[in-house]
Write a protein that binds this ligand. Structure first.
Ligand SMILES: [Zn+2]
Length: 82
């Protein structure tokens, strides 16, 4: 499916309200933000494997504005803590 929404998930939880899922390819535990669109949850390792196995791999990658804002705020907070 070319209009598949692929949600790239991290292996570790970063925020307290992260949602736990299982990677569609390897089944390992991954985390995503609660406001990401519904789609295929995949870990970064499996995503890179899919892309290297099939250079024409197509998908719709999304990062919500909320996620960008949250990450930037978190980084700002961590910088000022020092
Ligand atoms: Zn995986």
């Amino acid at each position: 499916m070319s209009d598949e929404i692929i949600v790239i998930c991290g292996p570790e939880s970063f925020f307290l309200d992260d949602v736990e899922e299982n990677c569609v390819d390897c089944g390992s535990k991954v985390f995503h933000r609660p406001h990401t669109p519904k789609g295929t949850y995949i870990c970064l390792r499996c995503l890179l494997k899919r892309v290297s196995d099939n250079p024409r791999f197509q998908g719709s990658f999304r990062v919500t504005k909320e996620t960008v804002k949250e990450v930037l705020e978190e980084l700002k907070m961590r910088k000022t803590k020092h």
